[in-house]
Design a protein around this ligand. Structure first.
Ligand SMILES: Cc1cc2nc3c(=O)[nH]c(=O)nc-3n(C[C@H](O)[C@H](O)[C@H](O)COP(=O)(O)OP(=O)(O)OC[C@H]3O[C@@H](n4cnc5c(N)ncnc54)[C@H](O)[C@@H]3O)c2cc1C
Length: 470
């Protein structure tokens, strides 16, 4: 009998498998797709030689992840590539706010009236960031906080809605960039603990940047899979699990799936029936005949570029998709252009580029025209550069990966208490009513993003349970 079976080879499933194999347990992993990676994969989606990341591309959370930093992933081929600026937020007049490794450069881009307020916001946390990120990503208390005082101070700053936090800024550049950071997890700007979301992304940039993986996000997943195999773990792809009986006998089963799928597979009835899914996304992967023609020079120096003219426009776009049940007229977009630092993604002189916007869960329309019109406010004549596009609305996103129910790439709404306490209000979120069944996907804390910390925390819960067994 195996010690542990993991279902789903996303970053969290792979991390859980690696950490349990490292502790000497026998591990087998089963993945529905023909490749490992889940939301961290790379494919030729458009034209030959153009290597796109269908899901994650920008990795502030991965490079700062205590779980990944403890693993020898560079030995298995992972290389992080950093652009001159971590992130840029251009405005229609050709100016830009930036998020840089340097707090001073970032603060200066917000203008003289807000530079001091920004410094006072982030600087107290930076010297203690490594401990803070571990403590924060281990909530709710899978480990005792190493620095409870800093965690409590972070809680005071982070628990209020981001609309409160941004009141300390007087001008739009800082307000808008911060609103965009919050929108990375598709949280309404006025929601509980949304200040923490923006702060984590800003601090992550100052501490270790927002890199892309050389060759594509698949490099991270392949490194995890390579290490797992060397530790003796077995990986089975093309294996969709529909019932527990589809799996070999094991002492523990760890699911990198949505709570809804897990309840169905493991017969957990209505255990997760209150779990809510959030808005979906509409994503376009482009093959371009050259770099994006941004008006703002800063946007040409950053792999990640946020698009939204001001904080009100971003707030309206989020409300449209999450509360009003309609697509935004001027979408907030996250865009990534890995070619700024990674020449391996496209033939010489060409580029891959991706952009996504928020739309209602399960929305079936086409947002291409609206998104490209919005892009051209910041990069005129963008469309002239397009060689090919691969378009994916919520249905295609969900078909690529069953975890993204209705196109919700966070695998669960990031609103209300569910932003922090998921998939249920519980101090042991990784356990289920079935004593041998665990959940480790981004539906568990610390939530969406490529960081492997849900897998890390779940692995600890599994390890504790197995250690208690005779
Ligand atoms: C368009 C898009 C852009 C994104 N951009 C970023 C970004 O830039 N940076 C970032 O940090 N994050 C980003 N994310 C989010 C990130 O990809 C996810 O939060 C992350 O991948 C979640 O990891 P996971 O291991 O929990 O699940 P996933 O990565 O979703 O992996 C789950 C795996 O389980 C498999 N699976 C599901 N059900 C079954 C089953 N029944 N049987 C077998 N296998 C099964 C799936 O096929 C999949 O491989 C993005 C996501 C999307 C979709």
């Amino acid at each position: 009998m195996l010690d542990v079976v993991v279902v789903g080879a996303g970053p969290n499933g792979l991390t859980a498998a690696v950490e349990l194999a490292r502790r000497g347990f026998s591990v087998a992993l089963f993945e529905a797709r023909d490749t490992v990676g889940g939301g961290a994969r790379t494919e030729e989606l458009t034209l030959p030689g153009f290597r796109h990341d269908p899901c994650s591309a920008a990795h502030p959370l991965a490079v700062n992840s205590p779980a990944f930093r403890a693993l020898p992933l560079e030995r298995y081929g992972l290389r992080w590539l950093h652009s001159e600026l971590a992130m840029a937020h251009p405005f229609p007049d050709g100016s830009a706010a930036v998020l840089s490794r340097s707090v001073s450069e970032t603060a200066a881009s917000f203008g003289p009236r807000d530079a001091g307020a920004y410094r006072r916001l982030v600087e107290p946390f930076l010297p203690r960031w490594d401990t803070l990120v571990r403590d924060f990503m281990s909530l709710p208390l899978t480990a005792l906080p190493r620095d409870p005082v800093t965690l409590a101070r972070f809680g005071l700053a982070g628990l209020p809605p981001s609309t409160w936090l941004t009141r300390r800024f007087r001008d739009e550049p800082a307000k808008t960039l911060f609103a965009g950071l919050v929108a990375h997890v598709m949280a309404p700007l006025g929601g509980f603990a949304t200040s923490a979301v923006g702060l984590v992304f800003a601090l992550a940039a100052h501490a270790r940047g927002w890199p892309v993986a050389r060759g594509g996000s698949q490099a991270l997943s392949d490194a995890l899979a390579g290490y797992l195999t060397d530790l003796g773990g077995a990986i089975h792809t093309d294996y969709e699990v529909k019932r527990l009986d589809d799996l070999p006998p094991a002492r523990a089963y760890v699911f990198d799936t949505s709570p809804t799928a897990l309840a169905r597979i493991a017969g957990l009835g209505r255990f997760y029936e209150r779990y809510k899914y959030g808005p979906g996304v509409f994503k376009i992967d482009y093959a371009l005949d050259g770099p994006v023609p941004w008006t703002a020079p800063e946007a040409r120096a950053a792999t990640t570029v946020q698009i939204g003219a001001d904080s009100a426009e971003i707030g309206a776009a989020l409300r449209a998709a999450s509360r009003e049940g309609r697509p935004p007229t001027r979408p907030f977009m996250i865009t990534v252009q890995p070619g700024v630092v990674d020449p391996t993604r496209a033939p010489a002189g060409k580029q891959v580029f991706w952009a996504y916007a928020h739309v209602p869960n399960g929305w079936t329309g086409d947002l291409t025209e609206v998104m490209e019109r919005q892009l051209e406010r910041f990069a005129p004549d963008f469309r002239d550069r397009v060689l090919a596009r691969a378009v994916a609305g919520p249905a295609e996103i969900a078909a690529r990966n069953a975890n993204y129910v209705g196109g919700d790439i966070g695998s669960g709404a990031a609103s209300g208490l569910q932003l922090l306490l998921r998939p249920r209000l519980s101090l042991s979120p990784y356990s289920t009513p079935h004593p041998a069944v665990f959940i480790c996907s981004s539906a568990t804390p610390p939530g969406p993003g490529v960081h492997g910390m849900s897998g890390h925390n779940a692995a600890k819960a599994v390890w504790r349970r197995l250690r208690q067994e005779p």
